[in-house]
Ligand binder design. Structure first.
Ligand SMILES: [Zn+2]
Ligand SMILES: [Zn+2]
Length: 301
């Protein structure tokens, strides 16, 4: 195979081994070209899809001009921002979905990712309310972060965090349940292969238009949502655009817990679950109880 011409300096690029893969590196300027999927392999400590940053339609500029993809003749590459709070700009080919990284950019990326991992915030609250364990965490999650930041300009601030409120059931349902209130999130997770199951339709139009539902035991999952009370409570909850502070949150329901996530926020503060967020906590606890009831019915049917 012919060697690629460096999109930066036009020198011949060499095949070199980096971690477990062979990539193209320019010995003159130190730039590297990565085929689709290779950036994810070289991204250390990432559980999500770093290449997702390529879905970035904002205009970005770096110290280099517009480059052409070394693989696709005459195809112009786009400047894309690694994570919107970083100042790392990669060149991305929309045709073959390859990336060109200038010297040092791979290290810079991995340093950023390391920082995200290190800056995980501690638990803010943990307590039993009624018979339910309730937890509030401040999190900086790389998965949530990379896609939410595309839609929330505030995430440009480096120390943004999300509030995650979790209500645990007394025992796991064990039916592989996943519900998302945000179709975009659900579809995104599907794209990156975290959810490879088919969506389950409940047959209730309004419900199916708001929520993405998946599950290992489809019939049980369908039956779980047959409860009119659950349907109404879920639709009402989302329709009320719930929020603890000021950004509308998202709902995720699985076998073990109901999770309400909102953010990103940039200011530190303390959060009093039992007082300040009493209403939202009460509604989620009600939901958790309804799910537990419905689950019992299914089990005894
Ligand atoms: Zn070069
Ligand atoms: Zn290309």
């Amino acid at each position: 195979m012919n060697s690629l011409k460096c999109p930066n300096c036009n020198s011949e690029m060499k095949k070199v081994k980096e971690q477990d893969i062979i990539i193209d590196r320019c010995e003159n300027c130190g730039g590297i070209f990565l085929d689709k999927g290779e950036l994810n392999i070289l991204a250390t400590g990432m559980s999500g899809d770093i290449e997702f940053c390529s879905i970035d339609n904002d205009f970005h500029k770096d110290n280099f001009g517009i480059r052409k993809c070394p693989k696709c003749s005459d195809q112009k590459m786009r400047k894309i921002n690694l994570l919107s709070y970083s100042n790392i700009i990669f060149d991305f080919c929309p045709k073959c979905e390859g990336f060109f990284l200038d010297e040092g950019e791979l290290n810079a990326m991995n340093n950023e990712l390391q920082e995200i991992y290190d800056s995980k915030f501690p638990e803010e609250y943990r307590g039993n309310i009624g018979k339910h364990l309730v937890r509030l965490d401040k999190i900086v999650d790389s998965n949530i972060f990379s896609f939410s930041s595309l839609r929330h300009p505030i995430a440009n601030l480096k120390y943004s965090f999300f509030l995650r409120l979790s209500i645990y059931y007394d025992q796991s349902f064990d039916i592989g349940l996943r519900l998302y209130s945000d179709k975009w999130t659900g579809n995104f997770l599907k794209v990156i292969g975290m959810l490879n199951k088919q969506n389950i339709q409940t047959g209730i139009e309004e419900f199916d238009s708001i929520f993405i539902i998946q599950g290992r035991e489809k019939e049980k999952v369908r039956n779980l949502f047959r409860s009119k009370k659950i349907q109404k409570e879920l639709i009402d909850f989302i329709s009320d655009k719930p929020q603890m502070l000021s950004i509308e949150g998202k709902l995720e329901i699985n076998d073990k817990q109901i999770i309400f996530t909102e953010g990103p926020y940039s200011e530190e503060g303390s959060y009093d679950v039992e007082n300040d967020h009493q209403k939202i906590v009460a509604r989620l606890i009600k939901l958790a109880s309804l799910f537990e009831e419905s689950m019992k019915k299914i089990t005894f049917e």
